[in-house]
Ligand binder design. Structure first.
Ligand code: V47
Length: 366
């Protein structure tokens, strides 16, 4: 933390005291931090909270993203990935093609497959069960983090069963965890304007709760930097914090800066670095019960993600290899990082790299 005089001058003395005492911050505290003109003062508070939880460790994972299809029944205005049938950029992988992607990486020390797609109009749940089973048969040591709460709700609708039943079937097939996508901003106002067909914010939270109750842990995201207010961001964080008080099932939170290219959000501009760092820091400070905060380099760029490790983030995500959702929306980052590159960026940032699996268990290599 910076000198107490700095916080006194900024009118944030009370918040500094609460962070020092490990007390919970209110939504209003969060608004004051987001509005604070000194990104360093806010960042130093978040760094203190981060250091208490994780010391100088920064985590990364050796993973592989697989997008099985971008066909989507929804038309979210912020999304450049989803396509309708017949669109020249629409794609759909067969089971063999999904397995081909896993086989192509069989020499790499991957521990996690992150698999998501759009809300495909017709693929049955059995397709996803078979995909999970086949990947596990090929490489039993892999953890499969797949299908957002939005996809789970969609599968349930197609099959005429409950999201809980979908989760149970996927778990039985070998699903280890749900990724954090689809949360966007929970505000009904924002969803009405940007993604009216999508599962509601409350629906997202309910499915995450179902998953946690069934022993399936999840991540959570927030897509920010479009038309949401500071208050709506903070209410989103507060909703996640309340869910976590109930279930303890959230592993990692990922603030995603909106990438505007090829989207239908009017007058949208990319976020700025200071906005990204403040949002990261406020996320760490508000989500006092969520163990990990991810600097997702794909959306932030590698350089800003490295700096974000001083603003509350403790995780760098992973090698990724082939990313579509951010890059179709103009993300300027690389497609992949090697383990050596990830470790170098973390180490040169002044942190100790620790390889983890999807649950943040340390991976020890012989
Ligand atoms: O749900 C869509 C977002 C998410 C854009 O759980 C956009 O470990 C920026 O959830 N600009 C998918 N973001 C990515 C995601 C994720 C990524 C890495 C790790 C994990 C994890 C989860 O991307 C979507 C949506 O919120 N998104 N369009 C866009 N134009």
């Amino acid at each position: 933390m910076l000198d107490s005089k700095v916080y006194k001058d900024l009118g944030l003395d009370d918040i500094r005291g609460r962070v020092e005492a490990g007390e919970r911050l209110s939504i209003e505290d969060g608004e004051r931090l987001l509005g604070c003109p000194s990104v360093l003062a806010v960042g130093a508070l978040a760094h203190e909270a981060r250091r208490r939880m994780h010391g100088d460790v920064a985590y990364y994972v050796v993973n592989q993203h697989i997008n099985y299809s971008n066909l989507c029944v929804n038309s979210c205005r912020f999304c450049a990935f989803g396509r309708k049938q017949g669109d020249p950029l629409a794609f759909e992988l067969t089971l063999d093609e999904i397995l081909g992607k896993v086989k192509a990486r069989s020499q790499d020390p991957i521990t996690e497959v992150h698999m998501v797609g759009g809300c495909h109009p017709s693929l049955p749940l059995s397709f996803y069960e078979e995909a999970i089973q086949a990947i596990k048969a090929l490489r039993p040591e892999l953890r499969i983090k797949a299908f957002t709460a939005v996809e789970i709700a969609h599968f349930a609708g197609l099959e005429g069963i409950t999201p809980r039943q979908v989760l149970l079937r996927l778990k039985a097939a070998g699903l280890d965890m749900l990724p954090g996508g689809g949360a966007e901003v929970f505000s009904p106002r924002i969803r009405g304007l940007l993604c009216p067909e999508k599962l509601s914010g409350q629906g997202w939270l309910d499915i995450a709760r179902d998953a946690h109750e069934l022993g399936i842990r999840t991540n959570a995201t927030m897509l920010y930097g479009h038309i949401e207010t500071a208050r709506e961001r903070l209410e989103h964080l507060d909703a996640l914090r309340r869910l976590q008080d109930e279930t303890r099932g959230l592993v990692c939170f990922i603030p995603l800066p909106f990438q505007p290219a090829n989207t239908r959000v009017q007058d949208a501009r990319p976020t700025t670095g200071v906005e990204d760092l403040k949002t990261m820091a406020v996320s760490r400070l508000m989500l006092d019960n969520v163990p990990h905060i991810k600097a997702y380099w794909v959306m932030l760029t590698v350089k800003l993600a490295q700096v974000a490790l001083y603003f509350g983030a403790d995780d760098f995500d992973g090698t990724v290899v082939e990313e579509k959702i951010g890059h179709m929306a103009g993300a300027e980052s690389e497609q992949a990082l090697t383990r050596t590159e990830l470790e170098r960026v973390i180490r040169e940032g002044g942190f100790s790299p620790v390889e983890r699996d999807c649950f943040f268990n340390e991976v020890k290599r012989g």
